[in-house]
Ligand binder design. Structure first.
Ligand code: NAD
Length: 433
């Protein structure tokens, strides 16, 4: 009889073996794999073309979340993040979503909002009406500023005009240009169009166009994801599936009702969201700004996700947030690791990327709620946290795990203790005996 060996799990492989496994599953070339792994990623020369006063590049850990099934497609999710437990949490929750079909996700059209502030208008209400009457002329002028975007089916869709009455400098006009940016994040595209439109808007209103800039509250460009979890898949240790489900719903209700809790709840969501946004070279400040502004859209800051029990007793989760990410432009095409990350996911549109990111945010949210509602967040965190502390104290190689394990055993995970242990373990053998 042949001896059977259980194949090792992804997390049990070493770094090189994981890369080979990613290669096997994704078909990335060795060069792309190395770029993803940071081995021949962004160079200082490339960085010098991206920002001012560049002196080099800055690295972050890059992990691959497993088990993601989004709209029926298997996806390896690249996550750039320095915080322990995030990649494991997302992968684990993605696995729990699989029995009932994984994540379903969708997006609204990639419409961004460009804002124009128009000052010194003598009769703002009348000027507003003149702008609305000139809608067709404004849209036509905006349509011709970006021929490439036009070719791909993007361009202006509408205008909105408001009079902001109650401001510290008195009333002024705000024009919104609704602009379909297709597969771009869209900031440059919109800002350029707004600038070219400004003289026309000034002429129509008789005012002075002041700011011309996109809004990061991209509330017309939403990504939504949902998933259903069976109670039996949520059970663990001494906690029944029903207990975990109800605990998660109660934890969500706290975030839904209280901004202090909602901020931390949404931060957990953004742990997953930002990690993919960063890995793909997208602008995470824009995503953060959009998410939190959207969470406060009712006037009271609240949860970006919703957790409920369905008629069959399953746990259902859903999330909705602005998702202004691109697969064209910005750093997405310049950064070699970002290019490899997009290829790894096999995304062919910004919408598809946005859907995956929303699914990761939902998975991450569940990971945090499940831990908080049961054993508390620290237990799962502890061992990786201890490894970080050990490494920060100067431990290298096998000493990292040895010191981390000892600190976890002692339930004393502190820098001082790590330093003591490092000193102790670094003593020559003879000194120990
Ligand atoms: P971009 O200008 O580099 O690329 C977009 C352009 O690519 C389009 O205008 C179009 O001409 C072309 N293009 C080619 N194929 C396309 C396709 N399939 N779909 C859409 N466009 C296509 O980038 P961007 O997305 O306009 O701007 C993103 C950058 O702007 C990011 O680096 C971001 O950090 C930065 N930014 C952000 C803000 C903000 O968020 N407030 C402000 C200013 C700049």
């Amino acid at each position: 009889m042949k001896a059977e060996t259980t194949p090792r799990k992804f997390y049990e492989l070493d770094l090189e073996e994981r890369l080979q496994e990613v290669r096997r599953l994704s078909g990335l070339s060795p060069e792309e794999l190395h770029a993803l792994a940071g081995q021949n990623g962004l160079t200082a020369e490339q960085a010098d073309h991206m920002i001012e006063n560049a002196v080099g590049v800055y690295a972050l850990p890059l992990g691959i979340a497993r088990n993601f099934l989004v709209n029926g497609r298997e996806i390896l999710v690249p996550m750039a993040i320095e915080e322990p437990s995030v990649v494991a949490g997302a992968s684990f929750m993605a696995r729990l979503a699989r029995p009932l079909g994984g994540f379903r996700a969708e997006t609204t059209p990639p419409e961004m909002i460009g804002q124009m502030q128009i000052l010194e208008v003598s009769d703002p209400q009348a000027a507003r009406q003149r702008l609305l009457d000139a809608r067709a002329e404004l849209l036509e002028a905006a349509a011709n500023t970006d021929p490439v975007l036009k070719k791909y089916g993007g361009g202006p869709r509408d205008i909105e005009v408001r009079v902001l009455e109650d401001t510290p400098i008195g009333p002024f006009l705000v024009l919104h240009l609704i602009y379909d940016v297709r597969d771009a994040m869209g900031a440059n595209a919109i800002n350029t169009t707004l600038e070219s439109l400004a003289p026309l808007a000034a002429r129509i209103t008789g005012g002075r166009v002041h700011l011309r800039i996109l809004s990061n509250l991209a509330d017309r460009r939403l990504a939504r994801a949902s998933a259903v979890f069976r109670p039996q898949d949520l059970a663990f240790d001494r906690f029944s599936g029903e207990e975990v489900r109800d605990g998660i719903i109660a934890a969500w209700a706290f975030a839904a009702a209280d901004p202090y809790r909602a901020a931390t709840h949404n931060k957990g969501i953004m742990n997953g969201v930002d990690a993919v946004v960063i890995a793909t070279g997208n602008d995470w400040r824009a995503i953060e700004a959009g998410a939190h502004a959207y969470a406060a859209r009712s006037g009271r800051y609240t949860s970006l996700s919703t957790w409920r029990r369905d008629a069959e007793g399953n746990l259902t989760g859903s999330i909705e947030l602005p998702m202004a990410v691109g697969i064209i432009g910005g750093a997405t095409r310049v950064h070699p690791a970002a290019r490899a990350a997009l290829k790894l996911m096999g995304v062919s549109s910004a919408a598809e990327l946005a859907q995956i990111i929303a699914a990761v945010g939902l998975a991450q949210n569940l990971a945090a709620l499940r831990a908080l509602a049961t054993e508390g967040i620290q237990r799962g965190h502890m061992s990786l946290h201890a490894r970080q502390i050990a490494a920060a104290a100067g431990a290298e190689g096998s000493l990292v795990s040895r010191i981390a394990d000892q600190m976890v055993k002692e339930q004393n995970i502190r820098a001082e203790r790590a330093a003591e242990l490092l000193k102790e373990y670094n003593q020559p053998e003879s000194a120990e005996s």
